[in-house]
Design a protein around this ligand. Structure first.
Ligand code: NDP
Length: 271
């Protein structure tokens, strides 16, 4: 029996147990995947992680607000976790705490599964928080050109500077302020990685000239103003539910070394 948990605060809303159970059913692996509430302080988080792995647990997912603390706890990190400075997947490797960040690779896997090719394409990311940070390296690894738009320009600029050394050949990465007059021109994909929708705030899209073939909102479970705007522009629109599934799939495969085939799983009752 594999023992997995997802650590968060709050955590009761998490769909990870059902998603991983669906993977377990498809792959015929016995798992027990539980939600683990943790008080919002670093020492408690470290204690929960230590107790779980000392007790024989094989894999832990980490969600808000603990991804940065998980990064700090790790002895070893994947490239994506190192660059994202955040960890959403923990396991022991040779007795050492290993951290990965599967969010950005989950986004890329979902876009790819939806037939969106990213090589040499121009991508706009709105936002420069944790989710945007996690997406930059996986998008660059696909050969995409990326512009990061953020309300606080300095944060977008910092991200662009940090990832500059990851560019290959003629790839481009730049930063811009998220305001109406800058949201202009054609993009193959625009990704909403802001948390504006969670607080019902509007992005400055209404009178912008930005055109996008594909619009992807990392948020899921709600028809956002972002997706409504791009639906009216006749863009292909997607919410972040597929990203949630794909980041979980990558974690499951890392922990079990067994590949999940999503085509045999119906997630409609969860979305
Ligand atoms: P953070 O708090 O780290 O970052 C929030 C970002 O949103 C910042 O760039 C912030 O800009 C920007 N922002 C917030 N409010 C506004 C506003 N009113 N107008 C413009 N910009 C705004 O959040 P995360 O990066 O962790 O999460 C972002 C989104 O991604 C959330 O909706 C989250 O649910 C989703 N997500 C989805 C996942 C999935 O699997 N589908 C996985 C991870 C995240 P500033 O810097 O100026 O404050």
């Amino acid at each position: 029996m594999y023992h997995f948990i997802v650590i968060g605060n709050p955590i009761s809303h998490s769909k990870s147990p059902q998603i991983h159970q669906a993977f377990a059913d498809q792959t015929n692996l016995p798992i027990c995947y539980q939600r683990q509430f943790c008080p919002n302080d670093k020492a408690s988080f470290a204690a929960v992680v230590e107790a779980f792995f000392a007790g024989g647990g094989q894999g832990a997912n980490v969600t808000l607000p603990f991804k940065e603390w998980a990064f700090e706890l790790c002895d070893e990190l994947s490239d994506e976790a190192q660059m994202a400075k955040a960890v959403n997947t923990l396991m022991l490797k040779d007795g050492k705490l290993y951290g990965d960040n599967t969010d950005g690779r989950g986004l890329v896997a979902d876009l790819t599964a939806k037939g969106v090719n990213l090589a040499h394409k121009n991508i706009a990311i709105l936002g420069a928080g944790g989710a945007a940070r996690g997406a930059v390296l996986p998008l660059l690894k696909q050969g995409a050109n990326v512009v990061i738009f953020n309300r606080t320009l300095a944060k977008a600029q910092l991200l662009a500077d940090e990832f500059k050394h990851c560019l290959k050949n003629n790839q481009k990465l730049s930063a811009n302020e998220l305001k109406t007059e800058n949201l202009t021109g054609y993009f193959d994909v625009v990704i909403n990685a802001t948390s504006a929708s969670t607080t019902n705030q509007n992005l400055p899209l209404a009178n912008s000239d930005m055109v996008a073939a594909v619009a992807y909102d990392m948020m899921y479970g709600k028809k956002t103003v972002f997706l409504e705007h791009f639906t009216q522009q006749n863009s292909q629109v997607f919410d972040g539910f597929g990203m949630l599934i794909h980041q979980a799939k990558l974690a499951f495969e890392l922990w079990t070394a067994v590949v999940v085939d999503l085509k045999y799983i119906d997630f409609n009752q969860l979305s």
